[in-house]
Design a protein around this ligand. Sequence first.
Ligand code: GLU
Length: 593
Amino acid sequence: MCGIVGYVGMRSAQQVLLDGLEKLEYRGYDSAGVALTQRDGIRVVKSKGRLSTLRSKLEELALPQSGCGIGHTRWATHGEPSETNAHPHCTDDKSVVLVHNGIIENYQELKAKLLRSGYTFYSQTDTEVAVKLVDYYYKKTGTPLEAISRAMLRIRGSYAFGVIFKDYPGKLFAARKDSPLIIGKSENGSLIASDVPAILDQTRRVYYIGNLEIAELSRDEIHFYNIDREEIEKDVVEIQWDAAAAEKGGYEHFMLKEIHEQPKAVQDTIGAYVKEGHIDFSETGLTDEKLASLKRIYIIACGSAYHVGMVGKYVIESMAKIPVEVDVASEFRYRDPILVADSMVVIISQSGETADSLAALRLAKDRNVPVLSVVNVVGSSIARESDYTLYTYAGPEISVATTKAYSTQLIAMYLLAIQSAFVQGKLEEGKVTRLLAEMETLPDKISRVLDDKERIQWFASKYANAHDIFFIGRGIDYAISMEGSLKMKEISYIHSEAYAAGELKHGTISLVEDGTLVIGVMTQKDLFEKTLSNMVEVKSRGAYLMGLTSYGNYSIEDTADFSVYVPKTEKYFTTSLAIVPLQLMGYYVSVAK
Ligand code: GLU
């Protein structure tokens, strides 16, 4: 989800839009565009790549000054990053023009309907469907407000829209559901923006537009309506933030901001593939026949994505009984691996550009093994070259230490495990329904873990001077430990190691001495006692113990010096919750240092 800015007023809309979009650049984007109202209609100018390219293009065009327009920086979710797919999107005669942040989940269904009504499509985006749907209702009703509200009733998914109509040159419309959007009032006009920094130069007076509400802006007036087109009153709010803080949405660092964006990222990823209680992989190209034929899966990745692969192995093997090998990409590509028939390679990469993972993908393709990629960036090299692509919907991840992309990759693994198990006859439909229903509770449960962050912050501040930290666990808890340990060393520069709990005693335990922090991850019921006994072992060597488990396992308090609890969930999904306190630990230790 990237940037939206809109303006109607006495200043040059072109300048306001470009300056505003520049303030949102930190969010990352792949293309940009503006639409400006002119005397003879609406002019749309777009370009792939940097905003500076769009700026030069506009300078060259030297359009007459316009007092109304909308601008967008895009982070592609549907359709590759390109000038054609860039926003604004418009009807063929440019009578209705729209920018959009978010994802329209039922865009295929709406597109089919519009095609039947004679509409044609020039892009691969879900957004073009939205603008044509608004146009469809505009032609029917003749009023922008009714057209927008009727389109909103048909659209499922998330959106922040900015819309302008050729017939209403001094007006700007906005609407939202589950994507951020604010409305601003300045001395010289009215504005919309997806985030505060975009308009902070212009005004600090904003209105918060709620879900399923519409705003109608002109130079001097702003009106708000609910979806039934009844006018509603709103109070203006004075923004207190300074500009720098606002760019991180009030968070001190992007990492903390992204940790907090996890409920939404997880929800968006589940929403993209779980439709009416079933997994729908049609967008990925992966068929049930393909999954049913699989006898082996190779998961290849680097860093945190490799740890996701480790979780994937436990979950897929346990649910679907398909053997899974997990490999670090830089090892796999150089070791002449044996790839058996009826297998599939799964490549996991946030950026879709990880060089070793791309090389591993090419190796698999050379050996005629089909490749499924799990990537966050649409149109990236790995996505383009693989046979099937399961996009994660984390949005741009700015922090180098991954958090929200990792969490969405986990969802991809659960979905792959459940669907493979189902089509291979290892899971019955009732169980699938129950698992999916439980998966849908994860965003809320992650939010609950985040609510407890002050305790972790307090504990982390005590351990900022640690020299060594050990993370131990068994099974899935070992995979969680690996990621927790990587987060810790990556950002706090404290040496840390993850160990399979039962393995520690074979030598490494000699490094545990008085005061060494050992974090035991114990979310798996059947392994709880086992790991607890390893905790007792290290305690007898003087270790200071932090235990991480689910609510209810309070016996941990007898052994651990500090305990953190996460909500109960299905055993396969515990990583999604248990990783959050470990991300926070890594973050807060590094801040304290
Ligand atoms: N889903 C839209 C697209 O792919 C909007 C993406 C965004 O939020 O930037 O174009």
